[in-house]
Design a protein around this ligand. Structure first.
Ligand code: CTP
Length: 397
């Protein structure tokens, strides 16, 4: 798939640089030629010798290396590649890219090029969440840079959250998609994701364990195939995919309004774990303990957003896909759900606690269509997403 592609791989300084070594191997296994560049800081984490040994090419380190300038100037170096990949990309290189600074070889290459650029950020969760990094991210994606990850997870620094570099195979998949066909260009796809929060009073709410990981991965995969994605998301643990039109919501009713506003769409994918019930009337004051007894919570049923869109008589998306989270008799329940709700496909998964799927990084799904049930092997959520996006592309084109 990557045969004859030349990738200029810039490793910047972060603990994730060790994964950059594996990334070089994976890219070369698929036929890509990798020209490595390391920053001063990266050399604190991996040695230039191991980088160049794995790449099978000279490693570039210094802007003012005259021999290199004689052999190949930095301008030519940056333009000889089909893709410039920055992995790991630190907060610092993102800041330099956003500002157009060129004070070392890596930043100069990034400024001197018109080659497509992809970055795989890796940093501490606070650094990732910092408004400055988010501002820089918005700027560089605006400038046309594509972004893989970061993932959620335990970090080398002992904290937890978004900021972990994507795994080498996830980055390879993104690179392959970059060079692959873009069958969804011009198609608008709506994706719902995450849990909803239904307020009980101003400080309490009803929620569920959905992390939003599978929905975000599906949206990311659709974007990679060229779709224009509206991403309606409840309060999820994972970051929304860069490049989507993100509509954050809290409750099921807000989600429904956002979905209605986002239509028409060529396809709609309902990956959200919508709360089935809300409070009949949420209290506008904090409920207090009382000697008179326990509070009684009275529920009302939320609108079924998926069923509503599936059963539209005018302007229904050409393809409507629901998800089914089941704990028993997965296939039978999901098949019945497809008929009951009126959607075209159901992606069913077993969310029994022992499967580790809810909140985990893998998924084992059964795709239920009018042709029957197709069980997929257990695989990372990112791969489920890519496969599903490909099936959606096949159905729409
Ligand atoms: N869904 C929705 N709006 C709701 C509830 C669910 O759009 N109010 C969508 C979900 O996004 C998902 C699908 O419906 O795509 C299935 O949701 P699930 O909660 O598994 O099904 P339920 O309708 O709750 O059915 P059951 O009570 O039998 O589990």
């Amino acid at each position: 798939m990557l045969q004859d592609k030349r990738i200029l791989l810039i490793l910047t300084g972060g603990i994730a640089a060790y994964k950059g070594l594996d990334l070089i191997r994976r890219l070369r296994e698929r036929g890509a030629a990798v020209t490595p560049v390391v920053t001063r800081a990266a050399e604190q984490f991996v040695t230039p010798l191991s980088v160049s040994a794995l790449a099978g090419e000279k490693v570039y380190r210094d802007l003012f290396d005259l021999t290199d300038e004689a052999e190949m100037g930095h301008i030519q170096l940056s333009r000889s590649a089909d893709l410039i990949l920055v992995a790991p990309a630190t907060a610092d290189i993102m800041a330099k890219m956003a500002q157009g600074r060129a004070d070392d070889l890596a930043s100069t290459l990034l400024l001197a090029t018109d080659t497509p650029v992809m970055i795989a950020p890796a940093m501490n969760v606070r650094m990732w969440d910092h408004p400055a990094t988010q501002r820089n991210l918005a700027q560089i994606t605006d400038d046309g840079v594509s972004v893989v990850g970061p993932n959620d997870g335990d970090m080398a620094c002992g904290e937890y959250g978004p900021g972990r570099m994507s795994e080498p195979l996830e980055i390879v998949a993104a690179v392959e998609t970059h060079f692959g066909p873009k069958p969804l260009v011009g198609k608008h796809v709506l994706v719902t994701s995450g849990p909803t929060h239904e307020p009980i009073d101003p400080v309490r709410y009803i929620a569920n364990r959905s992390s939003g990981a599978q929905g975000a991965a599906v949206a990311g995969a659709l974007l990679a195939l060229g779709a224009d994605v509206t991403f309606v998301t409840g309060p999820a643990d994972v970051a929304a995919p860069v490049g989507a039109h993100v509509v954050p919501v809290q409750t099921a009713q807000e989600m429904k309004a956002a979905v209605d506003a986002a239509l028409p769409a060529d396809a709609a994918i309902f990956a959200a774990a919508v709360a089935d019930w809300r409070m009949a009337t949420a209290s506008d004051r904090k409920l207090k303990k009382s000697k008179d007894g326990l509070p009684v919570l009275e529920f009302a049923e939320n609108p079924d957003i998926l069923a509503g869109v599936s059963q539209m008589t005018k302007g229904r998306p050409g393809l409507v896909v629901g998800f089914a989270a089941e704990t028993d008799d997965v296939q039978a329940h999901a098949t019945a759900k497809r008929t009951r709700k009126g959607c075209d496909w159901i992606v069913a998964n077993d969310v029994s606690p022992e499967t580790g799927i809810m909140g985990g990084s893998e998924n084992a799904v059964i795709l239920i269509t009018e042709d029957g049930a197709d069980p997929w092997p257990r695989m990372p959520k990112a791969e489920v997403a890519l496969r599903l996006a490909q099936r959606i592309a096949d159905a729409l084109t």
